[in-house]
Design a protein around this ligand. Structure first.
Ligand code: HPA
Length: 278
């Protein structure tokens, strides 16, 4: 690992601590979003480490985010699963939000698969799966503010034109087709939350070109790209953004909808992992 201001401190401390506790070196990382944690529960884990035991890691406060790093293996590939994430709306800085992903990079992860619950801005129904093809960062913040990897100006101005790897997108679509899982491609808008969108905001995001909206994921993608990771993203539609609050929206409903699709997402993830090692 390059010893510069970016890595020194909490990132290095977490990487060192994990190196001494993990029985393998992960090359693939997976972030499981709201309600999707079951995939990690089912995985044959060679290590399970609560975030609170990792120096400098944030603590998950939101229901549906277990807050564990699970090490597993599939088809000879060592995989680190982040079971749960933290969000800007919990009061964390984006530096803190993206720290676990940066630590995965420090451990040797080169491919990152991110998943999240999202609200639909188009006609997609709850339960639909959308591969993230591009994003709109509307959080009003950026995780790359601060020290840059490599020090100085190197690594400062990171290209985002192809943040979502086209080869991984094609693989992900192929896997979905083979498994009979309907999947669209679309643009994910990221907002800070924690309020859900008003009708006017949902209409605005749709006019801006997004098909789904989430309060997570995009900062992790920006941090991962800054470190050269290949990124694949899946948004699970759990509700219609801007729909009346009554039956449709609410964190419990988001969790329940995500959980009901967790098995399907798991089948897809397994297929993608098999495709990565093929
Ligand atoms: N808006 C923003 N984030 C979300 C939503 C939503 O409707 N659903 C799940 N995450």
């Amino acid at each position: 690992m390059v010893q510069d201001e970016f890595w020194q401190g909490p990132l290095e401390a977490a990487v060192q601590a994990l190196r001494s506790r993990l029985p393998g070196r992960p090359s693939v990382g997976i972030v499981l979003g709201s309600g999707l944690g079951a995939y990690a529960d089912r995985a044959k884990a060679s290590a399970t480490i609560p975030y609170r035991e990792i120096p400098g890691f944030p603590h998950c406060s939101v229901e549906g985010h277990a807050g564990r790093l699970v090490l597993t293996e599939r088809a000879g590939v060592c995989i680190a699963i982040l079971q749960g994430r933290v969000h800007r709306y919990e009061g964390y800085t984006l530096e803190m939000v993206t720290r676990p992903v940066r630590v995965l990079a420090g451990l040797g992860v080169t491919t990152l698969i991110v998943t999240c619950a999202a609200g639909a801005l188009d006609e997609a129904q709850p339960g639909a799966c959308m591969l993230i093809e591009d994003h709109l960062n509307l959080m009003g913040d950026n995780p790359l503010i601060g020290p840059a990897p490599g020090g100085g100006w190197f690594g400062r101005f990171v290209e985002m034109a192809e943040a979502y790897d086209p080869v991984l997108l094609a693989l992900a679509e192929q896997v979905a087709r083979t498994a009979g899982i309907p999947m669209t491609r679309g643009v994910l808008a990221a907002v800070a939350g924690p309020t859900y969108e008003t009708r006017a905001e949902a209409a605005m995001l749709g006019r801006l070109g997004a098909q789904a909206v989430s309060m997570s994921t995009v900062p992790e993608v920006m941090a991962a790209r800054a470190l050269g990771l290949r990124v694949l993203g899946l948004a699970l539609i759990t509700n219609r953004s801007g729909a009346p609050l009554d039956r449709q929206i609410g964190h419990r409903q988001v969790l329940a909808m995500a959980a009901s699709r967790a098995e399907t997402v798991g089948v897809w993830l397994d297929g993608v992992l098999d495709g990565l090692s093929a």
